[in-house]
Write a protein that binds this ligand. Structure first.
Ligand code: HEC
Length: 132
């Protein structure tokens, strides 16, 4: 898969991807559950992969994510995104599915088996619990 060169062979992202310095936006973020890829709906992930930026990005914004418009067919793009999603734990998959129209992609049995919120949601919730 030609995403691994930047996003990491195990989708772990590039070192220091969270650092806010002059190289911010150049290091590829992880696609696994430690990143923020799952905080975007399927439609946005597709747009990002095809055009190299999110649909909501202001025109003229420089993005260091390459556009795969000519390298991947739409079907292959969907398959790559499906692969990324298949690596997420069920709580992340359920959270991401809530961003999709009709909750598309909700894992089967998400309402039956036990799962926890992604780590950062749990942290925000705990912080909210202490300041309220
Ligand atoms: C040349 C390096 C490079 C390659 C190759 C690459 N990416 Fe990226 N990607 C980036 C960078 C850098 C960003 C961060 C862009 C930003 O923050 O503006 C990014 C961001 C993304 C995002 C948005 C993640 C988020 O949470 O904001 C998605 C989705 C994504 N890439 C998918 C892919 C897929 C799928 C492939 C393979 C088909 C791929 N990328 C290949 C460098 C790359």
């Amino acid at each position: 898969m030609n995403c691994g060169g930047c996003h990491g062979r195990r989708l772990q992202g590039q070192a220091l991807w969270q650092l806010r310095d002059q190289y911010e936006g150049r290091r590829a973020p992880p696609h696994d559950s430690t990143g923020h890829t799952w905080q975007h709906a399927d439609e946005d992930l597709f747009h990002m992969t095809k055009y190299g930026h999110f649909a909501a990005a202001p025109p003229g914004l420089v993005s260091y994510m390459p556009a795969f418009e000519h390298a991947l067919s739409d079907g292959d793009t969907v398959a790559v995104i499906a692969f990324i999603k298949s690596r997420w734990p069920i709580g992340i998959r359920a959270s991401q599915a809530m961003l999709n129209p009709d909750f598309a992609g909700m894992p089967a049995g998400a309402d039956k088996i036990e799962w926890t919120l992604p780590p950062n949601c749990t942290a925000s919730f705990q912080r909210w619990g202490t300041i309220k």
